[in-house]
Design a protein around this ligand. Structure first.
Ligand code: ATP
Length: 706
């Protein structure tokens, strides 16, 4: 790798685009005072990421932009591009050339680019740290800053030496690790606090989940109980129903028959009563007829008696027929008929008598025949009456049987009805239980899930082995008890479970996060320790190497004497404690002290050196450091200003030696130094206040420098 070119545009006094090519080991920049040489050195410092305006001799970013002059107007933007050859890939980037650019605008905006791509300052610093180039490193020695390392405190010196030794890259890594560690610590705290925040809620949820799990167990138990209970209940109720149905069949059929029979009997009885009336009417009729006949018979008897009396009273009849003394009795009534004494009169009288008697006799015969008829009728009517009466009696007997049957049937009917009533009461109870089973099934599906509907019908038990109903009741009670406990526990807890799972996952995630962070803290701490150890070791080794070179350069410069760097701790700090006692505080940090001892002089210590001696010592140290870890380039801005002629020669020898390891850019007024450069750039500034660059020959250089 080597420094290829520097392009300035609008930077400080370089208003116009100016390019410097660095194709030789030593490039000298010469020119009169105020022409802009140091601006070149500052352009290097700036493009490499310098943030301190003070070291750029400005106050604000815009101080770096060409401010205009009488002849040229001010610009709004400045840029510097530094190009390296990267064929050896020292820069960790896959380009043969690496161009680092920085731009600044009047509003103070800075932009950084690597090979044309805008990047962050951090990227530039990281890229450069790999090749031991940094802003405040030793490779750019500004004007009057040669003895900066001598003026610095022990810690600043250590930093400079570390940078020069290329340990900055480790320091970056360390800083980065430290930042990451701090971030990790912060994250650990945050995650721990998040876990702490979650913990009580998780504990609360866990308790709820335990309850839910318990409920789940109970639900399982309930499921088992339900399976048996429901199957048995279903079986029992079905059996009971068919039992009741069977119980009803006989009585219902009988009742039906009874109703039919009752209907029949009722009809029979009611029709019988109609017929009875007919019969009674007939009897009455017969009795009336009989009474009429008897009346008639009596009349006829009396008539006959009368007629007999009349006949007997007829004298003819007395003579002819009976002794006059003989007392005649009525044939019919048996009464003594009165004696009639009549004289036999004349013929006509007799005839009349005869006619009369004859008439009476005829009437009597008629009456008698009629009487006979009446008697026959009476006999007939009486027979009819008797028949009818016995028929009525017979009928009455039959009806009594029917009524008895009717009564018996009615009583049987109410007996059956009451029996069926009992069955109905039991049936109602059964319906109630069937409905209760339906309700239970619905509840069961809610409590233990719909699967119960598929499960319980498959439950098998010995149906022949009778089980006391109380066992089932006990089962039901147990179910009820679990139901009550489940109800007390509240819903299914799906939401709680979901939240618990989510919170647990979150907690586990946080736990993993903490573990990762702890691991990361461990590895970062390990890395930092490793880096500290490595930096420490490299630093100590580096200091040993620097000391060898320092001693060499120092004795070369001063013709003897001794110089070395020492790693020291700062003196203990003294502090008054709360009790008013003074206590010493040990500072374990390490810094660098410089021991010098000039030849032939008893002078020891940096404070005792003259200005020139300080400059020589600084140069010896800078060169020693550069020798141990040569930077890609080294810019020395009038580092040789304080040297006399003989020391200038020694200085010239040293830079020539150094140029074997690093490219050198020297800003100088020193002739000797100029003579060691193979390329010389002259910087001039005309009346327009704009720096101009020209490539010149050594012979011209001396003149240009004036
Ligand atoms: P010396 O040999 O005395 O050290 P030098 O060549 O190093 O001088 P510089 O210090 O580089 O000179 O240049 C300083 C010059 O640059 C001054 O003239 C100053 O006015 C000019 N300058 C600085 N900043 C700007 C700016 N922003 N715009 C224009 N000119 C500027």
């Amino acid at each position: 790798m080597y420094l290829k070119e520097l392009e300035l545009s609008g930077f400080k006094s370089f208003a116009k685009k100016t390019t410097m090519i660095f194709d030789s080991p030593i490039t000298a920049i010469v020119g009169p005072n105020g022409s802009g040489k140091s601006n070149v050195a500052e352009a290097f410092r700036w493009v490499l990421g310098e943030q301190s305006m003070k070291s750029l001799r400005g106050k604000r970013g815009e101080d770096l932009i060409f401010n205009g002059s009488s002849g040229s107007s001010r610009l709004n933007h400045a840029s510097v591009i530094l190009t390296f050859n990267n064929k050896d890939k020292k820069f960790n980037i896959d380009f043969d050339e690496v161009a680092i650019a920085r731009h600044v605008y009047r509003d103070g905006t800075n932009q950084y680019f690597i090979n044309g791509s805008q990047v962050r300052l951090k990227d530039v610093i990281e890229l450069l740290s790999v090749v031991s180039l940094g802003v405040s490193s030793h490779h750019i020695i500004s004007q009057g800053e040669a003895d900066r390392i001598l003026n610095a405190n022990i810690f600043e010196r250590r930093e400079m030496v570390e940078n020069a030794l290329g340990l900055r890259v480790y320091q970056y890594k360390k800083d980065e690790s430290e930042r990451r560690l701090a971030k990790t610590e912060e994250n650990i705290k945050q995650v721990e606090s998040l876990r702490r925040e979650i913990a009580p809620h998780l504990k609360f949820l866990k308790k709820q989940v335990d309850e839910i799990k318990k409920a789940e167990e109970m639900r399982k138990e309930l499921f088992g109980l339900y399976v048996e209970y429901l199957k048995r209940e279903d079986w029992y109720l079905k059996n009971y129903r068919s039992e009741l149905e069977k119980e009803k069949v006989g009585p219902e059929a009988e009742l039906k028959n009874i109703e039919v029979e009752l209907g029949r009997l009722s009809a029979l009885l009611s029709s019988a009563s109609d017929k009875d009336a007919d019969r009674f009417n007939k009897v009455r009729e017969l009795e009336n007829t009989l009474a009429d006949i008897r009346r008639k018979k009596d009349e006829l008897g009396r008539k006959i008696g009368r007629l007999e009396g009349m006949i007997e009273a007829n004298p003819l009849a007395r003579f002819d027929e009976e002794s006059p003394t003989e007392v005649k009795k009525c044939r019919y009534c048996g009464q003594d008929l009165p004696r009639v004494t009549m004289g036999v009169e004349s013929g006509s009288f007799r005839d009349n008598l005869l006619v009369e008697i004859e008439k009476h006799k005829q009437d009597k015969t008629l009456a008698e025949s009629e009487l006979l008829k009446c008697v026959a009728s009476e006999r007939d009517i009486l027979a009819q009456h008797s028949n009818l009466k016995s028929e009525i009696e017979k009928k009455k007997e039959t009806l009594r049987d029917s009524e008895r049957a009717l009564y018996e049937l009615r009583s049987r009917r109410s007996e059956l009805q009451s029996g069926l009533g009992t069955v109905r009461v039991r049936e109602e109870r059964l319906i109630y239980e069937e409905n209760a089973l339906e309700t239970e099934l619905t509840e069961a599906t809610v409590l233990v899930g719909r699967a119960i509907l598929d499960y319980y019908p498959n439950f098998v038990f010995d149906e022949n082995k009778s089980e006391d109903r109380t066992v089932q009741e006990e089962r039901k009670k147990k179910i009820e008890r679990i139901k009550i406990r489940l109800e007390d526990m509240g819903g299914s807890g799906e939401e709680v479970l979901k939240e618990f799972n989510e919170t647990t996952e979150r907690d586990q995630y946080l736990e993993r996060e903490i573990n990762d962070l702890l691991k990361s803290r461990e590895s970062l701490t390990a890395l930092m320790n490793e880096l500290t150890e490595k930096v420490d070791q490299l630093f100590r080794d580096g200091v040993v190497k620097i000391n060898t070179q320092f001693q060499e350069f120092f004795s070369l410069m001063f013709g003897g004497g001794s110089a070395s760097l020492a790693i020291i701790n700062p003196p203990n700090k003294r502090r008054e404690n709360a009790m008013g006692d003074i206590e010493e505080i040990e500072d374990l940090r390490e810094g660098i002290d410089i021991d010098v001892s000039l030849p032939r002089k008893r002078v020891k210590g940096l404070q005792m050196l003259s200005g020139g001696e300080r400059a020589l010592t600084s140069i010896a140290l800078l060169f020693a450091i550069s020798q141990v870890n040569p930077p890609p380039f080294l810019i020395l801005d009038e580092t040789d200003a304080a040297l006399d002629e003989s020391n200038s020669r020694k200085y010239g020898d040293m830079i020539e030696n150094l140029s074997k390891y690093s490219q050198l850019i020297v800003v100088t007024h020193n002739r000797e130094t100029m003579s060691r450069a193979s390329v010389l750039y002259g910087v001039t500034m005309g009346g327009d206040g704009v720096s101009k660059l020209l490539s010149i020959k050594f012979e011209e250089a001396v003149a240009v420098a004036k």
